[in-house]
Design a binder for this molecule. Sequence first.
Ligand code: ZN
Ligand code: ZN
Length: 99
Amino acid sequence: MNKDKGICKGQCKEHKVRKPRDGSSRYLSGQVRCQICGVFMSREACHDREDRPATEDTIDLYCNCCNCMVRSRPRNKPGIKSNKTQEEYDQLKELRKKY
Ligand SMILES: [Zn+2]
Ligand SMILES: [Zn+2]
C-alpha cells in the first residue's frame, strides 16, 4: 500500500465535502482533512493502518486517494460541555458571593 503514496489521484474529489453551513468545526462533523489532496472529506474516504475501511472508532486515518495520514480529531461527545443553564450560573455566582 506504499505505492503512489503522497500522490493525489483525484479519488478524493468524490468524497469531498462542503463546509458545514452553521460554521461548526469540520472535525466535529466527522470530516477529515487531507493535506496532500488539500480537501476536506468524509471518513468513508479513508482506511485505517491495516488497510481496512475506516469506522467511527478509527483514530489513525489514511486517505484512500493518496495513502497519506489525514488529520482527524479524537471523538468527543458533543453537548456534554456548556450544558449549564443560566440558572446554574446564577447559583454559582451566589455561592461565590458568600466567600
Ligand atoms: Zn486526492
Ligand atoms: Zn489524500
